[in-house]
Design a protein around this ligand. Structure first.
Ligand code: NAP
Length: 246
C-alpha cells in the first residue's frame, strides 16, 4: 500500500501509520515541517515494520509551489492508495481574538494549506482513477462556539471543501474521507488535558480512522460516539445554545 502522510509528525497521523505498517507492506512518504521529529517517527515505524519502505520530506506547508511539486513528485512514483492530510494548530481562542496575525496563521495552516494539499493530490488521484483522499477535520467544525470558533471555522471550511471534492470525484474511483476526531489525547489538546477534560486515546481514534478510510466513508467521526453528540449540539436552538458556556 502506498501512503502519503502530510503532517506526519501529528500524533494522530503517526498512530494511523503504525496501524498501516503493522497490517501490511507499506510504502510510506512522511511529509513534515520538522525534520528531526519526522526522522524519529520514521525510525520508530521502521523498527515496527522492517519490511516497510519509509521516505520523508520536509517543507513549508504554506508554500503553494512546494505543495504542487510534492504532489507531482509523489504521483510520478506510481499509484497512491491513501493521502492523509493531518496537520493543524489549535491556539487558545482568546489569543487568536487578540492577535490578528495569529488569527491569519490559524486560518492558513488549518484551512488554506490542507485545501491546497487536497487540490494538488486530487488531480493525480483523478487521473489514476483510484486512491483515497483523507482529510482531518474536527467535530469543532460542526458548529461555531465561542471557545474555539476560529479553529472550528477552518474545520467547517474543510468539510465543505471535502464535500465538493467528493462530488467532483464521484464515480471516478477516488474516495474522499473527512475525518472528525473528538478531543483526543495528543499535543494539540494539551491545554484541554491540563484543564482535566476527558480525551480519547489516540490509539482508539487512529483505529476508527483507519477503519473509516478502509470503508471509504465520506465522514468519519472518531470515536464514533461523537456522531450522536454532535447531532445534539447541531440541533440545539440558538436561544438555548447561546446560553451555554461551551
Ligand atoms: N487532538 C485533538 O483533540 C483533535 C481533535 C479534532 C481534530 N484534530 C485534528 O487532528 C489533526 C492532527 O492533530 P493531532 O491531534 O495529532 O495533534 P499534534 O500531534 O499536535 O499534531 C499537529 C500537527 O500539525 C503540525 N503543524 C502545526 N502547525 C503547523 C504549521 N504551521 N505548518 C505545518 N505543520 C504544522 C505539527 O507539526 P510539528 O510536529 O512540526 O509541530 C503536527 O504534525 C489536526 O488537523 C487537528 O486539528 C485533533
Amino acid at each position: 500500500m502506498r501512503i502519503v502522510a502530510i503532517g506526519a509528525t501529528s500524533a494522530i497521523a503517526e498512530h494511523c501509520c503504525r496501524l498501516w505498517v503493522q497490517r501490511e507492506p507499506c510504502d510510506l512518504l512522511l511529509v513534515a515541517r520538522d525534520a528531526a521529529k519526522a526522522q524519529r517517527i520514521a525510525a520508530d515505524l521502521g523498527v515496527r515494520a522492517p519490511n516497510a519502505t519509509i521516505a520523508l520530506t520536509t517543507m513549508d506547508f504554506l508554500d503553494t509551489a512546494a505543495i504542487e511539486k510534492l504532489a507531482d513528485q509523489a504521483a510520478a512514483g506510481g499509484a497512491i492508495d491513501i493521502v492523509l492530510i493531518a496537520h493543524g494548530m489549535m491556539p487558545d481562542q482568546k489569543d487568536v481574538q487578540g492577535d490578528l496575525a495569529l488569527c491569519r496563521r490559524t486560518l492558513e495552516v488549518n484551512a488554506i494549506s490542507p485545501a491546497l494539499f487536497a487540490e494538488a493530490f486530487a488531480r493525480h488521484l483523478e487521473r489514476m482513477g483510484r486512491g483515497t483522499l483523507a482529510i482531518v477535520g474536527s467535530v469543532a467544525g460542526d458548529r461555531g462556539r465561542k471557545a474555539n470558533y476560529s479553529y472550528g471555522a477552518t474545520k467547517g471550511f474543510l468539510e465543505r471543501y471535502a464535500q465538493g471534492l467528493d462530488h467532483r470525484l464521484a464515480g471516478r474511483g477516488v474516495k474522499v474521507v473527512l475525518i472528525k476526531p473528538g478531543p483526543t489525547d495528543t499535543p494539540l489538546a494539551a491545554a484541554h488535558k491540563a484543564r482535566g477534560r476527558k480525551l480519547a486515546a489516540v490509539e482508539d481514534v487512529a483505529r476508527t480512522i483507519v477503519r473509516g478510510i478502509d470503508a471509504g466513508r465520506p465522514v468519519v467521526y472518531a470515536p464514533t460516539l461523537w456522531v450522536a453528540i454532535m447531532l445534539v449540539v447541531r440541533s440545539l436552538p440558538r436561544a438555548v445554545f447561546n446560553r451555554l458556556d461551551i
